[in-house]
Ligand binder design. Structure first.
Ligand SMILES: *Cc1c(COP(=O)(O)O)cnc(C)c1O
Length: 423
């Protein structure tokens, strides 16, 4: 099936007489007839539900849809995109591990890697993702356990060269994890380019209507943990908390997600609520239609901004002449996303005046939902960063992040025009 059909049909196939839409299994627990049956679940000897902190049928149906959309073998939902990225990394890292990550990633993930995981003794080297392979190779250490980047970075909308980083990661015997939030599997499937694990903030386009915070992790099943057993003891040596199970031996291609569910979700408990998973299911059904319109509108607005003499610069990867145009043609030929960034001549103050003059587009700490919104990262999401960190992350002090929604594009352009008139 093509991706459009999968958006509708993957993950949940009702049998004769069953509900057409996935029911919300609003239940903390699940009942068993015998103690033995329940015991088998705790030994990971049988498949089944026992407590929603670990797994819930509504969530699993939605996770299966996302896994199928990405071309992976298994997936899981988390309570947020932050939890997804933390779980994706912590599932294969421990104190003493090292990560190589793009310095252009989302501010929240930058903090997770640079501050919070550092306190756990997991170090991260941030790299300029545009450097050649030979330069990037210098960031690797004997204790490197993963490489991390975003298909399209938030907020600078830079395109990540997935194939280059997959080769680099694999030549060092570690997996590549790609956060595919902005592109969504409709526009790019990182696994097809060599990524091993894909993460999402489902809060964004997948939900699409700004109703539920959530995350997802998908495993390709392609990384051979046993071939690098010394690096990944959590997957290749007995787990004492599950009677000595060795995940990579017992579960094969499903090892990574099984461990993340049965160990990390059990102990850290960051599951998505089944009600939110239900909203997410609804969002996913129209993802392919919405992404197309987001991209068309964003390209039209990028062209409008580019031709406006009050605009200093515009970044949108599908705009001809953009720094990332060639990479976008390769990885995102059908469109990238609805987010673009630009700067207004006159810097920070003019940018703020412009934003405050908009009537239709709203100021919101959000991106990638149906209604147009915008944000000034230097005063909002990235305000804890120093000037040097901002520049290292490629976030210019005048950068405005515009998330183009599904409105009629002429109405959006009229709104931008009247705000420019006030600057
Ligand atoms: C928003 C976002 C996150 C964090 O997701 P939450 O759902 O807000 O926790 C992670 N990565 C990217 C690329 C994002 O845009």
């Amino acid at each position: 099936m093509k991706v459009e059909t999968k958006c509708l049909h993957s993950g949940y196939e009702p049998k004769n007489g069953e509900p057409r839409q996935i029911p919300v299994y609003q239940s903390t627990t699940f009942k068993y007839d015998t103690s033995d049956e329940m015991g088998k679940l705790f030994d990971l000897e049988a498949n089944g539900y026992f407590y929603t902190r670990l797994q819930n049928p509504t969530n699993d149906a939605v996770a299966a849809k996302i896994a199928d959309l990405e071309g992976g073998v298994a997936g899981m939902l988390t309570s947020s995109g932050q939890a997804a990225n933390f779980f994706a990394l912590f599932n294969i890292c421990e104190t003493g591990s090292h990560i190589v990550a793009s310095s252009s990633i989302y501010g929240g993930t930058f903090n997770l890697l640079g501050v919070t995981m550092k306190k756990m003794g997991i170090e991260c080297t941030f790299v300029d993702q545009n450097l050649p392979k030979e330069e990037l190779a210098k960031a690797f250490k004997p204790n490197t356990r993963a490489v991390f980047g975003e298909t399209i970075t938030n907020p600078t909308v830079s395109v990540f060269d997935i194939e280059k980083f997959a080769r680099l990661a694999h030549s060092h015997g570690v997996p590549l994890i790609v956060d595919n939030t902005f592109a969504t599997p409709v526009n790019c499937r990182p696994i097809e380019w060599g990524a091993d694990i894909v993460t999402h903030s489902t809060t964004k386009y997948m939900d699409g209507h700004a109703v539920g915070v959530g995350g997802a992790i998908v495993d390709s099943g392609n990384f051979d943990w046993l071939a690098h057993a010394d690096k990944y003891p959590g997957l290749t040596t007995p787990d004492d908390s599950y009677h000595g199970i060795v995940y990579a031996e017992k579960f094969g291609k499903l090892a990574y997600i099984t461990k993340a569910t049965s160990q990390l979700m059990r102990d850290l408990g960051s599951i998505q609520s089944p009600q939110n998973a239900f909203y997410l299911m609804n969002g996913l059904e129209s993802l392919h239609v919405r992404m197309q319109r987001h991209c068309e509108n964003a390209l039209a607005i990028a062209k409008f901004l580019k031709s406006n003499d009050k605009v200093a610069w515009v970044s949108y990867p599908n705009l001809e002449g953009d720094k990332y145009y060639d990479l976008a043609q390769k990885y995102l030929p059908n469109g990238s996303c609805g987010v673009l960034s630009f700067g207004i001549k006159g810097g920070r103050e003019k940018s703020i005046k412009f934003m405050d003059s908009l009537k239709l587009a709203s100021i919101a700490t959000h991106v990638a939902d149906a209604k147009t919104c915008l944000l000034h990262p230097a005063s909002h999401t990235h305000r804890q960063m120093t000037e040097e960190q901002l520049i290292e992350a490629g976030v210019a002090p005048d950068l405005i992040r515009l998330s183009v929604g599904l409105e009629n594009v002429d109405d959006l352009i009229d709104d931008l025009k009247q705000a420019f008139d006030k600057v």
